[in-house]
Design a protein around this ligand. Structure first.
Ligand SMILES: [Zn+2]
Length: 334
């Protein structure tokens, strides 16, 4: 995707396009920001623009055309001058960084500028990083290094001090809706929900299964309604069993989803601006729930879920924890 079509993180776009315009693409850059906000996409677009065959003579293009064979091959991951380095196991190994340091001095094989994109650069440890320091400080004129990280604070100081850092942020809800409407058209209600539920992270939105989400959500809304009614112990136990039997990761997702629903209920009960709710497509039902549960309970229930989440760290039985929480809350004992 070209810079012109990418939405959000405009300042970073300007910085990268300025580097291209001034012919100063040889650099070591850190792209820092949460997963799924477009760091990798920006790195690829930068690499495409620097190598695009539609560039004017004697200068770089300031954007990718996305049509020439070079742009296409970079998108496909088959271009010889764009290399991605991943952690091998838990860390990026010293053998990988040594190979990189040797490779980086060679001239481009087919294009104008070589790009080395290091994923999860915070997994570079001291020893491996040391073999790279000279390269990071002054990459050869035909090489560019881009270090991607969602944990910039874990990056070694020796790396940070030798690189220029660009911070990436999730898109705003409005930006996200525009992006989704342009590139992944779907019914308006779906776009609105997707933009909110993925918190402005494009990487998540493209792989998100809305129908799965809605199905799980329906179950949890029913559960909240059951709890609000404060009766039917048997069905509550069944619900606790259903959630408690899930594998840990899935179980945590259920807790997250329930917490997000309770946050919406909290907002609708008068705890904040209803324009900030996530589950916009079921506002009416959540509004009814908000009237039954009320502000104080919505807070208490969220706190209880946080307790369950914390207790997971000591490996408690999920089903028992869930039973205790749900029954306690429904009966007003918690
Ligand atoms: Zn091109």
């Amino acid at each position: 995707m070209s810079f012109a079509r990418l939405i959000g993180n405009d300042r970073n776009k300007q910085i990268l396009q300025r580097l291209l315009r001034n012919g100063r693409v040889s650099a070591t850059l850190i792209f820092a920001g949460p997963d799924g906000v477009g760091k990798r996409q920006f790195a690829l677009t930068f690499a495409k623009a620097a190598n695009c065959q539609k560039a004017p003579d004697h200068s770089f293009a300031t954007d990718s055309c996305d049509e020439c064979p070079t742009c296409r091959r970079i998108d496909e991951g088959t271009y010889g001058d764009v290399t991605t380095i991943q952690p091998d196991g838990q860390f990026i190994k010293i053998a990988q960084t040594r190979a990189l340091a040797e490779e980086v001095v060679y001239r481009p094989r087919e294009g104008r500028q070589r790009f080395f994109i290091i994923n999860e650069a915070d997994r570079l440890r001291e020893e491996a990083a040391n073999s790279l320091l000279k390269t990071l400080e002054e990459p050869p004129p035909t090489s560019t290094l881009i270090l991607l990280t969602s944990r910039p604070n874990s990056l070694l100081q020796t790396i940070r001090s030798r690189s220029q850092r660009l911070n990436f942020a999730p898109l705003t809800i409005a930006e996200m809706e525009t992006f989704l409407t342009q590139h992944y058209p779907r019914p308006v209600a779906d776009t609105a929900l997707l933009a909110r539920v993925t918190g402005g992270r494009i990487g998540q939105a493209t792989a998100f299964d809305l129908s799965d989400y809605r199905q799980e959500r329906r179950t949890l809304i029913e559960l909240l309604e059951l709890m609000a009614a404060g009766q039917n112990r048997v069905r509550l136990l069944k619900a606790a069993e259903y959630i408690g039997k899930k594998e840990r990761e899935e179980f945590e997702k259920e807790l997250d989803l329930m917490t997000s629903l309770l946050r919406d209920v909290f907002l609708l009960a008068g705890g904040g601006s209803p324009t900030e709710i996530v589950n916009v497509d079921v506002t009416d039902r959540l509004q009814q729930l908000a009237e039954k549960i009320g502000l104080a309970k919505s807070i208490r229930w969220s706190e209880k879920l946080n307790e369950v989440r914390r207790s997971l760290r000591v490996n408690i039985n999920r089903q028992i924890a869930m039973e205790a929480a749900l029954l306690g809350l429904a009966e007003g004992k918690a």
